[in-house]
Design a protein around this ligand. Structure first.
Ligand SMILES: C[S@@+](CC[C@H](N)C(=O)[O-])C[C@H]1O[C@@H](n2cnc3c(N)ncnc32)[C@H](O)[C@@H]1O
Length: 263
C-alpha cells in the first residue's frame, strides 16, 4: 500500500530536486556523481544490462512457491518466486545506478543487506567487477537458496551469500570491513530504529570512508525521519536525496554538503 506520506514526498521532491545533469552544482565531487554516475548511462555496458535482464526474466518464469519469513516485516507466508521478484527486486533504473555507483567507487568490498532473490546482488556484483567480493545477507533461507542457484547459473561468481538476521550477522560484517573501502546497499528492514542501528554501527568502523545507498528513504514517516537524522550525523559528509534512494558518503577532510537531485 502506498502511504500518503510517500505521495507527499514525491510531490515535494519534484519541486525541490535540481541540477539535472549536474548544472549549477558547486561541489566537484557531487558534480562528478550527478553528471557521470547518476544522470547518465555511461560507465554501464550493454552486456551488464542484458545479463541482469536475463537473470530477472528467468525468475519471472519461475512459478514455484517458496516459504518466506521476512524478518523485516515480521510476516511468515508462502510466495511464488515470480511474484517475489515483481514485488521486492530493485527495478532496472535503480539497479543500473547501483552498478554505476559500485564501478565508480571501486570498493574493496560490497555489502548488501537484503538479498531476496539476488537481482540487486547481480547489479552490484557485475558493476564492481570480478575481483570485488559482494557479501549479501538474507534472512529467508529459501530466498537465499534460489538466489544462490540463480547467481551460479548466470556465472556471477564474486558473491558470498550469508543466511541470517541482519543483527546476528552484523558483528562479523563489521570485523570483515574494518580498514576497507566499502560500499553498502541497505535494502531490508525499512524501519526508523533498524536503519539508524545498522547505519550507526557501520559508521563506527568506517574510518571516514564509506559509500552507503539506502533504499526507500521516504517510504513512510519513520524512514524520512531516519534520513533527516542521517544527514545531520557529524561523520556523514555528503548526502544525496534521489527520493527513491539516498546516497550517504563518508570522506575524510570533506565539507558537509546535502543535495536533493533530479534523476
Ligand atoms: C526489498 S527485499 C531486497 C531486494 C533485493 N535487494 C533486490 O534488489 O532484489 C528485502 C529483503 O530483506 C530481507 N530482510 C528484511 N529484514 C531482514 C532482517 N532483519 N534480517 C535478514 N533479512 C532481512 C527480506 O527477507 C527480503 O528478502
Amino acid at each position: 500500500m502506498i502511504h500518503i506520506h510517500y505521495i507527499t514526498k514525491c510531490v515535494q521532491h519534484f519541486v525541490k530536486a535540481k541540477h539535472w545533469r549536474g548544472f549549477g552544482i558547486h561541489s566537484p565531487y557531487v558534480y562528478h556523481l550527478q553528471r557521470h554516475v547518476i544522470s547518465t548511462d555511461k560507465l554501464n555496458d550493454k552486456e551488464l544490462r542484458q545479463r541482469v535482464r536475463k537473470y530477472r526474466k528467468e525468475l519471472l518464469k519461475n512459478k514455484n512457491r517458496i516459504p518466506l519469513n521476512d524478518l523485516g516485516t515480521g510476516k511468515a507466508k508462502d510466495g511464488v518466486v515470480a511474484k517475489i521478484v515483481r514485488r521486492a527486486a530493485v527495478d532496472e533504473k535503480s539497479g543500473m545506478l547501483l552498478s554505476r555507483l559500485a564501478a565508480d567507487y571501486k570498493p574493496d568490498m560490497v555489502i548488501e543487506f537484503g538479498t531476496s532473490l539476488g537481482v540487486g546482488t547481480a547489479y552490484l556484483a557485475l558493476g564492481s567487477g570480478v575481483n570485488v567480493e559482494v557479501l549479501s545477507i538474507e534472512g529467508s533461507p529459501e530466498c537465499s537458496k534460489v538466489a544462490e542457484s540463480t547467481l551460479v547459473k548466470h556465472g556471477i561468481e564474486n558473491v558470498k551469500l550469508i543466511t541470517g538476521a541482519f543483527d546476528d550477522v552484523l558483528p562479523n560484517i563489521l570485523e570483515a570491513i574494518k580498514g576497507k573501502q566499502v560500499m553498502v546497499y541497505l535494502d531490508g528492514n525499512h524501519t526508523y530504529e533498524a536503519t539508524m542501528r545498522y547505519l550507526t554501527k557501520l559508521i563506527s568502523v568506517a574510518d571516514h570512508n564509506m559509500r552507503v545507498v539506502l533504499d526507500d528513504i521516504h517510504l513512510h514517516s519513520g524512514m524520512s525521519k531516519a534520513w533527516k537524522e542521517i544527514c545531520q550525523m557529524k561523520e556523514v559528509t555528503t548526502t544525496i536525496d534521489l527520493m527513491r534512494m539516498g546516497i550517504v558518503v563518508l570522506r575524510s577532510g570533506a565539507q558537509k554538503e546535502q543535495y536533493i537531485l533530479r534523476w
